[in-house]
Design a protein around this ligand. Structure first.
Ligand SMILES: O=c1[nH]c(=O)c2[nH]c(=O)[nH]c2[nH]1
Length: 319
């Protein structure tokens, strides 16, 4: 939230600024064992951006109707689009940093910018190769995905007049993972309010949002430094840990995912989870001799968990 010195909150901006940039600089990252992802051609580098500004000098635009220092949100949209064309990097975080720094340089009366972007994922598609010897990814045709996607949030303020990143958080959201067998939930408090039976093998369906912060923000902004953490590798680590472990609860599952993420990426200071329990309701149970079961959508209300972890969690013996 963007606040003035007086403690008053003041901001205005533009949301849903859709920027479909083509042929951004390709991204290249180090491999991790859990993921085939090593980068992105960035042929389509598309985002939905929300951009808000704040400043002491904007107060009279609210209190007196004085528009003399108001940059129209329509102009903000144009600024974002034009600078998306000028961006020479390869990451969402770099794009946000670039646009907001340029904006604060152009408009010195703006004290702070808070902005976020959802990456709009477009995936490659295989097509018959021109040589007719199999399939190869089309460099031209892409499929828009409505699955999980990367995003980032950033706040910039001025220090000695120059814009600096005061805070950031990166994320992969809307991950929806089902593990059909190998998850339990038992041993919880049983009292006069308990109706849930203990489960020793449940089809665990979770909705998951994962957030992370770097120790050095520069690693998020400049992939050339070699410490960039792509949402795709976070996603792949998550389903690997889910696959590997017999989870006694979502709480313990996300803790183990967090430990793996922090192990793989020492450049991250923090990982945060928001999970949602969508365990399928059992209609026909499976048996020891017949794995076939029938399940249906769970009814609301849904349970959720939240957990924040830092590198310090790796020094405790949770694994
Ligand atoms: O993994 C779970 N954690 C809970 O805290 C909980 N509570 C519940 O009813 N089901 C589950 N599952």
């Amino acid at each position: 939230m963007l606040k003035l010195r007086s403690g008053r909150t003041l901001y205005y901006g533009k949301g849903d600024v859709l920027t479909y940039r083509t042929y951004a600089k390709p991204l290249s990252v180090k491999a991790v064992p859990e993921s085939a992802y090593t980068g992105d051609s960035n042929v389509i580098f598309a985002h939905n951006i929300t951009f808000a500004v704040s400043g002491e000098q904007l107060l009279t635009s609210f209190t007196e109707g004085d528009n003399s220092l108001v940059v129209a949100t329509d102009s903000m949209k144009n600024f974002i689009l034009r600078h998306t064309a000028a961006y020479e990097g390869s990451t969402t975080e770099g794009l946000l940093s670039f646009i907001s720094k340029k904006f604060m340089e152009r408009y010195p009366h703006i004290d702070a910018v808070e902005l976020s972007a959802d990456r709009i994922p477009f995936h490659t598609l295989d097509v018959a190769s021109a040589a007719k010897d199999g399939l190869e990814p089309s460099p031209l045709v892409y499929r828009r995905s409505h699955n999980d996607h990367a995003s980032a949030t950033m706040k910039l303020v001025r220090e000695n007049g120059a814009p600096v990143i005061a805070s950031h958080e990166c994320a992969t959201t809307d991950l929806q993972l089902i593990k059909v067998s190998g998850s339990s939930f038992y041993g919880f408090v049983r009292d006069e309010y308990t109706t849930l039976p203990e489960s020793y093998d449940r089809p665990l369906f979770i909705f998951l949002d994962i957030f992370w912060k770097y120790d050095q923000t520069e690693n998020a902004v400049d992939a050339g430094l070699g410490g960039y953490v792509p949402a795709e590798q976070i996603r792949d680590i998550t389903h690997n840990v889910f696959h590997e472990m017999k989870s006694p609860s979502i709480q313990f599952l996300i803790y183990q995912v967090g430990r793996r993420i922090l192990t793989r990426f020492p450049q991250l200071a923090e990982v945060r989870f928001e999970s949602n329990n969508r365990t399928w309701e059992t209609i026909v149970d499976n048996t020891e001799t017949d794995p076939a079961g029938v399940y249906t959508e769970p009814r609301p209300p849904y349970g959720f968990q939240g957990f924040t972890m830092t590198q310090e969690d790796l020094t405790s013996d949770g694994e």
